[in-house]
Design a protein around this ligand. Sequence first.
Ligand code: G
Ligand code: MN
Length: 331
Amino acid sequence: MKVVLRIRFTNSLSATDHISDLDIPVSLVTGDPSIKTASTAVELGAFRYLIKPVQARELTDCIRRALRMYKMAKLRRQALELMGNNRMLPTGDRKSLEIYFSRALETMWIAFQPIIIYQDKKVYAYEALVRTEEPSLKFPTAFLVAAERLNRLQDMSRLIRKKVAERMVHAPEHFRFFINLHSLDLNDEDLYSPNAPLSLVAKRIVLEITERASLDEVVGLSEKVKKLRAMGFQIAVDDLGAGYAGLSSFTQLDPEIIKLDMSLIHGIDREFKKQSVVRSMSQLSKQLGMIMIAEGVETERERDVLISLGCDLLQGFLFARPGKGFPTAIF
Ligand code: G
Ligand code: MN
């Protein structure tokens, strides 16, 4: 096997900042070793720290191993994409993750997907969904996990809210917008500030709070939700049926809107148990005065069964994929 090596010499320990592919293992060679530079090297995720004079054998071993590690990193990434395990973070150390995350924030954009009223053939609202051009964090869940890991969730969420507010200016005034909140966003004072970008358009916003995460870390949930309502926001419980969150958080949120989890919708035309659950939820939500939305509708059969079960508000690839601008729905 012939391998072409491009070796770059640098005297900067932050050389990794300039490498575009962060899976590449970086080895440092020094004639002036010290504990300080060695520990900085470890912190930056250096693959090896070699001390001059380096024997030819030592150098070739190091390069051979680095090449194998690089291939492994690439394969791992491929495997992750195949398995759709989209919560996984890119391989690498904290420093690399910080670089990926900064790039992801810089290239962040908001996709919109219509939620429709099927009988009226009308768009009811748009859900805002975060996207980024940074390949290693292209799955929104991975992007979020990176933000959590780096303690940057607040920066990310504030930027999402700002970008949504900016895009709303270009949408017809009767459109409403659904925005996903992370449970910890409820602890961010900026959400309640009257001057925050979203506060000014609160009457057109529904805040989606997922059932997947626990709300235990939100202090004074009921008061917070009350405050948001007073500002004009409406509350939706997202991913209903996938939940780890207990019933008490549901009652505390007392949502105006509920969104059924996709796992309940997929294959509903073939699964009677799902039909029976959704039928009951549809009846119950009407009795509670809540609006119910089924998301993840992908086939005409799923759509028809949902309509027959009394679920008229629908969202999914069948009508429109999330996209730039405000994609038109196909009825
Ligand atoms: O957790 P939440 O419900 O906010 O997730 C919405 C995600 O579901 C978005 O990333 C969106 O791209 C995706 N999505 C939207 N419609 C469909 C669909 O019909 N099928 C599938 N599989 N995913 C969808
Ligand atoms: Mn959602």
